[in-house]
Design a protein around this ligand. Structure first.
Ligand code: AKG
Ligand code: FE2
Length: 230
C-alpha cells in the first residue's frame, strides 16, 4: 500500500491513507491515534498484561492453542463466552472508564451523522475489551465476534507491527472478502450490517512497528458491549 504504483507519475509519493468503508458498516480511520495516544495505550496494555488475570494463551475446545495471547478487561473472554474470572481463577481486571470514552469517541468519529442508523452506536455502552498480542508468526483465523449479547459495534485499535486483516461477509467463511492493511494507530469499527462479518488476521508484517513503541509484534485492542447484565 505504501509502494509507488506502476502507473504513478515518477516521484509520486505513497498512496494516501484515508478514511474508507471496506464494507457497509465497517469504517477504517487510518492513524486515528497519535503518537502520544499510542504510547499511552501500549503502556496500559503492559499493565493489563501482568498477572493475576494477565496475558495468557487460549486453548480452543478442539484442543489447539491460539498463536495469539490475550488479556481481557471487564469480562473475561474464553471460547466461547464471557466469565467474571480469568484462566488463573483471579477476578478479571476492571474495564477502564477511559477505554469506554475512547471507544465512544471512536464510534462517533467513524459514523458521524449516520450514528443513529447503526445498531447500538448512539447509546454505545462498552463494558469489555480484549487485548491480543501477536508475536511474530501469529495469526487469527476467520471468525465472527458473536459471544456478546448485543449488536453494538466492535471498536478495534491496532498498535505495533502492520498486519493483513481479512474482512469477510456475514454468511460464510468464504469469499467475498476484502483484505486490508492495518497499521499502528489505525481504528477499525465494525457495526450495523458489518457487525457479524467474518474477519481475521492473515499475517502480521514483522519488524514494521515504530521502534518508539518498544513493542515486539502487534497489539490489537477490541472494545465491545457484552450485553450481559452486571
Ligand atoms: O487483531 C485483530 O485485528 C482482530 C482481533 C479480533 O478479531 C478479535 O479479538 O476478535
Ligand atoms: Fe474478532
Amino acid at each position: 500500500m505504501f509502494d509507488d504504483r506502476p502507473d504513478d507519475p515518477p516521484g509520486a509519493g505513497p498512496a494516501a491513507r484515508v478514511r474508507s468503508e471496506p464494507a457497509p458498516g465497517a469504517v477504517l480511520l487510518p492513524d486515528w491515534l497519535d503518537l502520544a495516544a499510542k504510547l499511552r495505550l501500549v503502556a496500559a496494555c503492559r499493565e493489563w498484561a501482568r498477572p493475576p488475570a494477565g496475558l495468557h494463551s487460549v486453548r480452543m475446545p478442539t484442543g489447539g492453542v491460539m498463536s495469539v495471547r490475550m488479556v481481557s478487561l471487564g469480562w473475561h473472554w474464553y471460547p466461547y463466552g464471557y466469565a467474571r474470572v480469568a484462566e488463573d481463577g483471579a477476578p478479571v481486571k476492571p474495564f477502564p472508564a477511559l477505554l469506554g470514552e475512547l471507544a465512544r469517541r471512536a464510534v462517533a468519529d467513524a459514523y458521524g451523522e449516520r450514528i443513529g442508523e447503526i445498531a447500538g452506536a448512539a447509546a454505545y455502552e462498552p463494558d469489555t475489551a480484549i487485548v491480543n498480542h501477536y508475536p511474530h508468526g501469529a495469526k487469527m483465523g476467520l471468525h465472527q465476534d458473536r459471544d456478546e449479547r448485543a449488536n453494538a459495534p466492535v471498536v478495534s485499535l491496532s498498535l505495533g507491527d502492520d498486519c493483513l486483516f481479512r474482512l469477510g461477509n456475514t454468511r460464510t467463511r468464504n469469499r467475498p472478502w476484502t483484505d486490508l492493511e492495518l497499521h499502528s494507530g489505525d481504528l477499525l469499527v465494525f457495526g450495523g450490517p458489518a457487525r457479524f462479518a467474518y474477519h481475521g488476521v492473515v499475517r502480521t508484517l514483522p519488524g514494521t512497528a515504530d521502534p518508539a513503541l518498544g513493542l515486539v509484534g502487534r497489539l490489537n485492542v477490541t472494545i465491545r458491549q457484552s450485553g450481559i447484565e452486571a
